[in-house]
Each structure stands twice: as C-alpha cells, then as structure tokens.
Design a protein around this ligand. Structure first.
Ligand code: 1PR
Length: 581
C-alpha cells in the first residue's frame, strides 16, 4: 500500500494514474497520524516552497513527517518534495524547511552562473540597465517591479550558451554519483523537469547527493540516504523512463541491494532537450461531437463544415506513443462558453491523463465567469478544475490581453489578474500565455509606437514593415497591444512560458515566423514555444538554430500524418540539436 501526501497544490492525478497503471493501490494521507502509519510515502509537489511548508504546518504534518524521515522509512519526494527536505529556500525567505539535508534552495540565474543571491554583478537589478538596441529603441516603457531579467536576457541573447531561460523546463539527463536501485536499469534517458529553484551540491550535502543535472551549473536532481529518496524531476511525467523509476520505489527494492555498477546515465554535462509539442485544437462540430480540428490562418471550416481530424483522447495517446515531449489541448471556442460546464473537455483531460505520461497543457476559457444563476467563478476556480482533471499547465489567451491592457494602463500590477492568481497558487511554471498575433503592415517603423520588424512577406500594398497585433477570441478581435509588449508584461505578471502562435503562418506550412519568434524570445527570460507554420522537418531545426527557443509546436503536419514526430527528432539529432529519444 502506497500513501500519498497530497496538499492540493497541483496535478497529482497523473501521479495517482501512474501508480495505478503500475498495479499498486493508493491511500491518501488525511490526518497527521496517517503519516506514521504509512508503509511507503510519496510526497509530490508543485508550487512555491513557502506555500508547501505552510500547508504542511497547517495540517499538522511537519512533526510526523520529520519523525518518519528520521526513522529512515521509505519516502519518495518529488520536486517540492525534494526541496522541502532542505533547510530553506530563496523562494520563501525566512520559511524553514524540514531541515533533513543541509543547504539552501536557490533560484536559477538566467545568466547561468549562480543565482542573484549567490553572485552580485554590477548592474544587476538595475531596471534601466541595457536592452537590445534593436528592440529597446522602439520599445514602449513598461512598468517593471523586479530586477529586469528580461533586459539582462536581451543583452546575452537566447542563443548565447551562457544564458538560460527560467524555469528550467523540459527533458534533461542525470549524472549518477553512485549506484541505486531507483536507477537500477536507467539507460541514460532524459527525464522531465520543471522548476525555477534548485538545490546546489556541496560538501555539506555530499552524502545525500545521488544524481546531478546540468543547467548552467550542476544542481541536485536526486538525493538518497537509505530508504529516503527524492527527485527534482517528475517521474510521472517522464514517459517510460519515469515509470521505471517509480516502479523501483513502489516495489520497495532494498537500497543496499541494487546494481553494483553505476548505470550509464549521461557522462555529463547533461543537456536540456528541445521540446517537440503536438497541439490539438478542440471544439464541438456542428453534429455536437468534440473533435480535433485544424484551421488555415484560424479558419477551421472547409466548405462550411468544421474540419474533423480525429478524436482528442485517441490522438493524444498516439502522439505520446510516437514521442511527443508534451501535448497541448486548446479548447478554441471556450471564449463563448463557460468551460466548467464543458464536461466533455474535462473528461478528455481525465481520460488522457490515465495513460499519457508527459506534460499536458490545456487552454481556452481560462478567465473569471458568472453563470446563468448569477454564481461567480474566478479564473483560479476554472484553472483548478483543469489541474484536478489532469492538466499540468493552463494556457491563457484572451484574458492575458485584458490583463496586460490593465497593467499597462495602471503602470503597476493589478494583483487580481488570472495570471497572478494562478501563478501564486500553482507556481509560474503552470501558467502559459498563448499569444495569437496578426501582422499589421506599415511602410516604416515611425508609423507605429509598436515593436516593428521587417515583414517576412510584403503587405498587400507592398509595405516592408509590420508589427504583431495581439488578438482575442481566436483572432476575431484585435487590440492595441503587440506580441513583444504582451510577452514581457505577462512575464512580469508571473507567467512561466509563452506559446507564440502566428495567425499569418497558421496552417500554411511555410515555416515559423522567425522574426516574430526571435523578437519575443529576446524580450523574455521564460521559455518560448514557437508555433504555427511547420511544414517540414527543416522548419524545426531552422527555428531552434535561428532563435534558440526551447520548444516548437505543430498541429496540421502531425494530424495529417505528413511528418512523423520521430522524423522531426531524427532530423534534429542529425543537426546536432539535443532531443529526447
Ligand atoms: O482566448 O483563453 O479562450 O484561448 C483560446 C485558445 O484557442 C488560444 O490559445 C488560441 O490560440 C486558440 N484558438 C482560438 N481559435 C483558434 C483557431 O484556430 N480558430 N487555435 C485557435 C489556435 C493555433 C495553434 C496551432 C498552431 C500550429 N491554434 O495552436 O495549433 O498554429 O498549427 P500548424 O502547425 O498547423 O501551423 P482563450
């Protein structure tokens, strides 16, 4: 019997599903005394360090947990479940951790050389300090409330190997320090990480460190002493490799036994893979069936009918088996319906998470809503329901544009936007911003206050320049905010990732809009997913090589089986671009 300590701050459904898929039954920790009765305890976690410790205290779990750990009983911490074993975290100054392992948890530095707390540089924290001349020359002033990492990031450029996006999000390897049954048959596979803070290996915790991973400097990716172990990555989101590790813990293999050899891990330094994401645009067709559809420049109808490219759950399963690193569902008509009444979509998530063990993102309709009975729901309520149903991240489209308009108008944070509320509870990494920009053509940059670029194609009247106007409601309505401005403001508000579409390129197969992708990637330090226009394998290497973004997303070519995911990865590998096998 496996006991799960779920403090309700994230997607634990996938972990439950993984444990059940491996043939084990689960019991929930509901009272402090359940902890000491547990035979094998798993503590997963996402969200903030301070919030996790606060919940543990509020529920009376801290003392029994310390006692359980002090007795060296079987424990597997995941993500925050690893970090809370340490003494404290830069994320939540003054909040004590469980204190089992010496050391502090520190933030990754986008410059990749120690966190701001560890290393002070001239100019760090100076919001006015620098910026790419190309962009800042025409950039409107943006209210900024914290050291402008975006500005620092611009100086370094995303392609610069010494610069990092934060969170560390995606598939990376591990270097094992010693043998452990947890990694008994580990064959060097990459595992899924998502975190902005990490434990740093040092002499004080050397007897705990089981594995390290490189992202800038090495950080602690697994710890173990006796039967107490914890991992920074998410085994339940790490495909077959993660399930193997979970199985070893569940089977209770004796840490003293295990393989005598250190399994082959990556020789180091480990490298973060570029992610390939399959995207499923979902909506109800005219017959009332929920289908995966795909538009050309956001028009999903062909001869009047909604294109039907398959069933969401089956297609997601296929992409998982074919090696997609992540799967995104976009409920493309949710702007006109209330998503919580959209049971079929929630059901899609629940069913998908039963056997798809890579990260799932869901977008569409994440905003505050008042139903027909006058009952109000916050965007956080909507997002929470999605997380409970199996989502790891939520993607916000229209509501992010509204939030940024308010932010720019007030010149300071509003505090109540969906981005802020969801990031506060579930962590920045759980909030993706889906941008739907459309080109507005101009003859010269002087014609607009917006970030202007040379247009990849001339406008209808031969215009050579364009800016990228953010739209809402699936491209139906344009706003006076550009994509670069929106991305930066959303990072300031607490978003953890940008999904950058292009209405002009969507469904065209002409390749990603590299200028747009570059401009947005240079403006933020959070990961960017390039989307819209993939037509050939070369388009993926092109976008990674030209812009350094962390992920690329495609829909049409995968749905129509024109380009298999494996072919994309084989091509990237041949070009020397890191991928997950
Ligand atoms: O505004 O928070 O309710 O979210 C609505 C979400 O639905 C947004 O993320 C928006 O991008 C999406 N959406 C709305 N209408 C459409 C449409 O197509 N009519 N889909 C739509 C956007 C774009 C991409 C697509 C890529 C790759 N789809 O997700 O998958 O462009 O396509 P390709 O590889 O075939 O070129 P809210």
């Amino acid at each position: 019997m496996i006991s799960l300590l779920d403090y309700g701050a994230g997607n634990v459904r996938s972990l439950r599903n993984a444990i059940q898929a491996l043939g084990y039954s689960l019991t929930e920790i509901e009272r402090p005394e359940d902890i000491l009765k547990a035979e094998r305890l798993i503590f997963p976690g996402v969200g903030a360090f301070g919030a996790a410790m606060q919940r543990l205290h509020a529920q009376g779990y801290v003392e029994p947990l310390k006692a359980y750990l002090a007795e060296g009983r079987p424990y597997l911490g995941i993500c925050i479940g690893l970090q809370t074993l340490f003494e404290g975290s830069e994320e939540s100054p003054g909040v004590a951790g469980l204190g089992l392992i010496p050391g502090q948890i520190r933030r990754f530095d986008p410059q990749g050389r120690g966190s701001p707390g560890e290393r002070q540089e001239p100019g760090w924290g100076d919001p006015q300090g620098g910026g790419s001349p190309g962009l800042s020359a025409i950039a409107p002033a943006l209210p900024t409330s914290r050291p402008s990492m975006a500005v620092k990031r611009q100086e370094l450029g995303r392609g610069d190997s010494s610069s990092l996006s934060v969170p560390h999000m995606g598939w990376n390897g591990v270097c094992l320090a010693r043998p452990s049954p947890l990694f008994a048959d580990y064959a060097g596979d990459k595992l899924y990480f998502v975190h902005s803070y990490r434990a740093v290996p040092g002499p004080e915790n050397a007897d705990w460190v089981l594995a390290t991973t490189d992202y800038g400097d090495p950080f602690v990716s697994a710890v173990q002493r006796g039967r107490v172990a914890a991992v920074q990555f998410h085994p339940e989101k790490s495909g077959a490799a993660g399930l193997k590790l979970l199985r070893h813990f569940l089977a209770g293999e004796d840490p003293g036994a295990g393989s005598a050899q250190v399994p082959p891990g990556e020789p180091g330094p480990t490298r973060l893979a570029k992610r390939i994401i399959a995207c499923l645009d979902v909506r109800t067709n005219d017959a009332g069936d929920l289908v995966v559809t795909k538009g050309d420049q956001y028009d999903v109808r062909e001869q009047g009918a909604v294109r039907n490219l398959g069933k969401p759950v089956e297609l997601a399963r296929r992409y998982f088996e074919e090696g997609a690193d992540e799967i995104t569902f976009l409920n493309i008509t949710a702007f006109r319906d209330f998503p919580l009444s959209d049971q079929p979509m929630l059901e899609v998530l629940r069913r998908t998470s039963e056997n798809v063990f890579v990260p799932l993102t869901i977008g569409g309709g994440i905003r505050a809503f008042t139903d027909a009975e006058g009952r109000s729901y916050s965007a956080l309520d909507v997002a929470s329901e999605y997380f409970r149903s199996g989502a790891d991240k939520v993607s916000i489209g229209s509501d992010a544009v509204d939030a940024v308009e308010q932010y720019l108008a007030r010149g300071c944070k509003v505090g109540s936007t969906a981005i802020e509320q969801i990031a506060e509870v579930y962590g920045n990494q759980a909030v993706v911003i889906s941008i739907d920009p459309r080109r507005v053509y101009v003859n010269s940059p002087e014609e607009t206050r917006h970030h202007c670029l040379r247009s990849p194609e001339p406008g209808p009247n031969g215009e050579a320049w364009c800016w990228y106007q953010c739209t809402v409601k699936g491209g139906r309505e344009g706003r006076d905010v550009d994509a670069v401005e929106l991305a930066r403001a959303c990072e300031e508000l607490g978003a953890g990732e940008i999904l950058l579409n292009s209405i002009d390129r969507d469904g065209t197969g002409l390749g990603f809009d590299l200028g747009l992708v570059q401009a947005v990637a240079d403006a933020v330090t959070i990961p960017v997913i390039a989307s819209s226009g993939a037509g050939r394998v070369e388009h993926f290497s092109e976008v990674f090589e030209a812009t350094g973004v962390e992920a690329a997303l495609a829909a049409g070519i995968f749905h129509r089986e024109e380009v298999p995911i494996a072919a994309v990865k084989a091509h990237l590998k041949a070009r020397g671009i890191e991928t997950r096998a």
